[in-house]
Write a protein that binds this ligand. Sequence first.
Ligand SMILES: [Fe+2]
Ligand SMILES: [Fe+2]
Length: 309
Amino acid sequence: MNALTYVSFAEQWERRATIRTRPRRQLEHDDRLIYPLSRQPLAVSAVLQRECPEQRDFVLLQTLYKFINDIVIFETEIVDKTARSIAKGHFPVAFPLPCRYDAMTVVVDEDYHALVAMDFLQQTIASTGIQPIAMPEEIELSRAIPAAMEQAPTRLRAAIELICVSIAENTVTNDVAAFAKDDTVKPSIKGLMADHLADEGRHSAFWTDLTRLYWTSASEADRAAIAEQLPVFIEQYLTNDIQKRFDTQLIEALPVPPAVAEALKREIVGLAFPIGPQHPLVMNIIRFFRRSTLLDTPCVRAALAPYLS
Ligand SMILES: [Fe+2]
Ligand SMILES: [Fe+2]
């Protein structure tokens, strides 16, 4: 692998990493929302607004708890794992030392993001006196990455892991961006998202570069075998099974008559975004494939055809 084509982020990290530059954020006691309405359709559903509008804030609070839970899983179980393995030189795809050093900054950032998220969990529980309902033990990526690796030849599994984590690190970024712009949300929560976003801009470039480096050195046969697994990953990554199950449990935790709970459950069935070229995450995924140069390879273009508009 050619180290000359890789430019380290170490200097940028020293100056900008939020762990080095940001003060602790404190949750404020004001009337603003704890989570954006635009990111929890259940909170603005017609049935909820008609039958139990007073439950809206509980729905948003539990959705924030799930968001925090997802961040902790994503950072500590997914990104940390792959970045740490690269940093220590244990990853089956070898990278030069500057890449490994930068991977270690990613480990530090991600574990710090998990810590900040847990800080907010504690602050929010203390301020509201409301405990989280049962939280999911995995996120979509916990299944999607192993699913894509499983069917590939053993020698390509690490490369697939690298590409999947890179996709995830390039899509979460925009997810958080939408959050940071909403003025109806508490400034501390928006600040938390903005801090996270500041680090993720660096990460998305890091993962894109590593994927590009790997791809440059991969054989045609390996590229074709990897391309075949990409749709497996995308399908599972974009499923809303876990969110749906959570929303159902959240509805069951509401102190409302059974008929209202049933009506809410029927209503959320239709709220999912179909997986296709117009899905917001699909657009980010395609942008990643373009930037990492993978989309220049005909077998990748063919595998992703259903997602290209
Ligand atoms: Fe992060
Ligand atoms: Fe990240």
